[in-house]
Design a protein around this ligand. Structure first.
Ligand code: MRU
Length: 359
């Protein structure tokens, strides 16, 4: 995707002993890049959400493990750094998927070859993520085309929650990839962007991406989506996901479930876009997905730019009140109209998933 007219991935290599990311905690006010030179820096970037989004933290974890192999390619260090990176965030399965893939690619290899092999494997994970996002975009475009055909000459209105665009992946995105392709294909569309409290990934990241690409959009308070659905102003919902279980239950940013309920009540199709690295075949249903509990400060404070242009954090709650902050919720498969994957679209059922991913 483009920042200031220049094609930019959300992760890139800097030689063979460092890699770069955008500091997403500084967006949309500043575009700041970070160079990460060791696995601890990679882990810290994930924990502090300088980098975030399920597929992207998988790629960051992979490069973090590759850096560890430059320092010490022993089995002991491989296992230690694998576990350290896996602990950084619990809900998105892509992180564990990428780290397992790295470990499997390295364990039976000679130690002196591990650093180069690890770097190549991390690059393959990043490149494959881009290819999967592009394929998700093409498959989702077909759905948007069908909706557009039913309302010729009129704008297709799509609602999304959180950020599942190129900033959450290596490029293009999952939920936003079909939107970018539809926009580029000349389909008139407009995106309702849930602000996505408490960290505002919608207002600060999705809106930034869509604006940079020239896609018409409007930021909504999280509670407003149901109102626009009742008014017939939402043609479809597309969200990303951090983990899909074998039965089709979907973990995604907190608040997704409420949008799925409102969509079902109003007959609005609710799609979930995902690469296969997001499917957790080992968990039967969403009850077993670990839900990240995040700092109460994310609820009690807000960060933004003040009138003088300074980025400041302010307290917004009654002093002394406690806050609870689950980062994700689980949308039951029965509320999902379909999955948009790199291999095509399918029903949100065990059979649907197996029809695309049996091999
Ligand atoms: O806490 P975050 O910002 O990492 O949460 C991200 C989301 O919930 C995304 O919607 C999800 O990872 C899908 S990203 C393609």
């Amino acid at each position: 995707m483009k920042i200031g007219g220049k094609h930019t991935r959300s992760i890139w290599t800097a030689g063979e002993d460092a890699f770069g990311i955008l500091d997403q905690t500084r967006l949309p006010h500043e575009v700041v890049t970070l160079t990460l030179r060791d696995p601890e820096a990679a882990a810290n970037a994930i924990v502090t959400m300088q980098t975030r989004g399920a597929p992207l933290i998988g790629a960051v974890g992979a490069y973090g493990l590759a850096l560890a192999m430059r320092e010490d390619p022993s089995d002991e260090n491989l296992n230690k750094v694998h576990d350290m990176l896996a602990e950084t965030r619990p809900t998105a399965i892509n992180l564990r998927w990428a780290l397992e893939r790295m470990k499997n690619a390295l364990l039976n290899q000679k130690r002196e070859e591990r650093a180069a092999l690890a770097w190549a494997e991390a690059a393959a994970i990043a490149d494959e993520d881009v290819a999967m996002s592009q394929a998700i975009g093409r498959n989702g475009l077909a759905i948007i085309r069908d909706i557009a055909a039913k309302k010729p000459g009129r704008t297709v209105n799509i609602l999304t929650h959180c950020n599942a665009g190129w900033l959450a992946t290596v490029d293009y995105g999952t939920a936003l990839a079909p939107i970018y392709l539809a926009h580029d294909a000349g389909i008139p569309l407009h995106v309702w962007v849930d602000e996505t409290r408490p960290r505002n990934q919608g207002a600060s990241l999705t809106a930034f991406e869509l604006g940079s690409h020239g896609v018409a959009h409007t930021i909504l308070a999280d509670n407003a989506g149901g109102h626009y659905m009742q008014a017939g102003q939402v043609d479809m919902v597309i969200v990303g996901t951090d983990r899909v279980t074998a039965n089709g239950d979907v973990a995604n940013k907190i608040g997704t479930y409420l949008k799925a309920l409102a969509a079902r009540d109003n007959g609005v199709p609710f799609y979930v876009a995902l690469p296969s690295s997001t499917i957790d075949w080992a968990i039967a249903d969403g009850r077993d997905i670990p839900i990240e509990e995040r700092s109460p400060d994310e609820i009690l404070k807000m960060t933004g730019r003040d009138a003088r242009g300074q980025v400041v954090t302010v307290e917004i709650a009654a002093p002394g009140s406690p806050a609870a902050n689950p980062g994700f919720d689980v949308t039951p498969a029965r509320l999902v109209t379909g999955f948009i994957t790199e291999r095509g679209t399918c029903a949100a059922t065990p059979e649907g998933l197996r029809s695309l991913f049996s091999t």
